[in-house]
Design a protein around this ligand. Sequence first.
Ligand code: GAL
Length: 333
Amino acid sequence: MTRNLVVVLLLGGALMQQTCAAMVCPGEIWPDDHGKHVQAHGGDILKLGDTYYWFGEYRSQENVRGKRYVGCYASKDLVNWQFRNEVIKSDAPFGIGPRWVLERPKVFYNKKTKKFVMYMHLDGPTNPDGGGSGYALAQVGVATCDTVDGDYTFVHNFRPLGQESRDIGQFIDDDGSAYLIFESRPTKGFFIAKLSEDYLDVEKEVCFIRAPLEGGALVHYDGLYYLIGSYMTGWAPNANQYATASRLEGPWSKFKDIALPEAKTYGSQSSMLVKVVGSKKTSVIFMGDIWKPRTQWDSRYLWMPLEIGGGKLWLPEPKPWTIDIQTGETSIP
Ligand code: GAL
């Protein structure tokens, strides 16, 4: 390598580091306040007062084999994240066995019980000591805590509405009602289901959407519900899809591409849609995961403000961007 090229590369790296300290840089390492890459994959965002909490799969290289972890981070601006706690750091609960799976944790706050209630995709082989698929149980697990970032305690595990459930998504409507979205393979689609009053159970089917999709993410924007899902290609990216409805119960429109299909969602998979309601604008952020199946700890995030409105939704080409949390305005400098 020539000396000039080395200088250019070093300067480029330094510039990127500086840029990403003040902006969201899709696909890059996202350092927390300790300088470590955020471990909150397949995550969700919970807003309390003026603070955003980001929960997700904590897949650090230092994790102890057999244990599964959920990370919690806090931020006031969606850009700078402070590590709070490994809110779950556990061996297999409910006798599931060492080959267990904990994915896509989602935390709800129940105002009546004052409890934080976490749902997760909980899985493993049907026989705890046996072989076979590690995704055979197809359940949700529920864990609770008295504080947002404390140590969560497992409560129970079950198949919501008696159905197989794998990828889950979280949705809180403008009236505060809490819903779980879950993918059910035998019925070939998504369920949107209302949680019980204490949020500890999945109480009522609101809608079933027949579509071969998972990674369900939902937002209510300007009088319409927009639902995004990805095809079932495991860790490999595909062209994520969206549909709309004026009522959660449906009818839902046909599914359409959220970006040029050949871009395969820019290498990412849907996890969550976050609505930021500001004084000037309401922005909707697509939160996706760029999975690295062989080096999971290095999996990246693709967060981008969506172009959304009038029944249309589009994921623009990823570029570094900023958001003004007060006004809700986003910009790509
Ligand atoms: C994906 C799913 C991930 C994980 C993965 C395992 O389709 O969205 O959460 O379960 O499959 O292959």
